[in-house]
Design a protein around this ligand. Structure first.
Ligand code: ADE
Ligand code: ZN
Length: 326
């Protein structure tokens, strides 16, 4: 079997996916129309043309604007089911889905509406495709810690449906230390902490995420490579990185996929995984990320095996559940 077939066929886990980032323009238009919400584009082609980003903030502005058409439980259900259909097609058998409640509650959509739509899709995807999933509730770091506390409070009636808390949005200028208290409170409620760190921000933010937020896994983490002591710690403590190659390319974290540090991360003994981040915006789901990265970096089947094994091993499934896949 050649490496392309191998990548397509091997059962995979996705550990870094923003459900709002899986919002394809076709569905965005459909939902905008049915909800009678105006969007500043005339056609799907026009939307796609707008997807040219020079940094994370460029992308976030468009991403939040796109999410503004989501109003009802059915919208969140349709969005999530569309993502699961891609998973089924690409042999993604387990996925850890991030959602940003504040992107919606700030617009007057209730927490309940968001989570009920997503939850119904999770149940249906389990039934229809056999895909397992869990939820990571992500706090928006450009907002205040007080705001995150409000979100934590709103989540409590649905605690049984949520596995973890995350930290995303504009990284520079919003260090993990800003959210130390709300992460402490989230851990007390039983949520597993993870956070975006070192995507655009410095290695220092990764140290903070480890020491102050007590995170179990790092989203992105690219900039750990600027700090040898940090790399050693991540290797020694087996803190996995959820790396997103096509996202890194589109947001200019790397200039060329050939310069992507994924292979270097593996060679250093870092527990890297491949993920899609925001596939509707960055030109590809899991298989596209694997295929294009394998091609650019000359990854071997052994490398692919390691990446896929890491994705299950460093998932937030229980040890018993992991055994099914390892
Ligand atoms: N929200 C959605 N995608 C993100 C990313 N790549 N970094 C930070 N926040 C995000
Ligand atoms: Zn992300």
């Amino acid at each position: 079997m050649n490496i392309t077939e191998y990548i397509k066929k091997i059962p995979k886990a996705e550990l870094h996916l923003h459900i709002e980032g899986s919002f394809e323009p076709e569905l965005m238009f459909e939902i905008a129309q049915r909800n009678q919400v105006k969007i500043p584009y005339q056609s799907v082609e026009e939307v796609k043309k707008a997807y040219q980003f020079s940094c994370l903030q460029d992308f976030l502005d468009i991403y939040y604007a796109g999410a503004s058409v989501l109003l009802y439980e059915k919208d969140f259900y349709d969005l999530t089911m569309a993502y699961f259909a891609h998973c089924a097609e690409e042999n993604v058998v387990h996925t850890e889905i991030m959602f940003d409640p504040q992107t919606h509650t700030k617009r007057g959509v209730s927490f309940e509406t968001v989570i009920k739509g997503i939850q119904k899709a999770r149940e249906d995807a389990k039934e229809k495709y056999g895909i397992s999933s869990l939820l990571i509730m992500s706090y928006l770091r450009h907002l205040s810690e007080e705001d995150a506390f409000e979100t934590l409070e709103q989540s409590l009636p649905y605690k049984h449906l949520i596995k973890a808390v995350g930290l995303d949005s504009s990284e520079k200028g919003n260090p993990p230390s800003k959210f130390e208290k709300v992460f402490e409170a989230s851990i007390k409620e039983g949520y597993v902490p993870v956070a975006h760190a070192g995507e655009e921000g410095p290695a220092e933010y990764i140290w903070e995420a480890l020491d102050l937020l007590k995170i179990a896994r790092i989203d992105h983490g690219n900039n750990c490579l600027t700090d040898k002591v940090l790399v050693k710690r991540l290797v020694d403590e087996k803190i996995a990185l959820t790396v997103c190659p096509l996202s890194n390319l589109e947001l200019k974290v790397v200039d060329d996929l050939k310069d992507h540090p994924l292979k270097k991360m593996l060679n250093l003994g870092l527990k890297a995984t491949i993920n899609s981040d925001d596939p509707a915006y960055f030109g590809g789901y899991m298989n596209a990320n694997f295929l294009q990265t394998a091609e650019a970096l000359d990854l071997t089947k052994e490398d692919i095996k390691t990446l896929v094994k890491n994705s299950f091993e460093y998932s937030l499934l229980s040890d018993d559940e992991k055994q099914k896949y390892l």
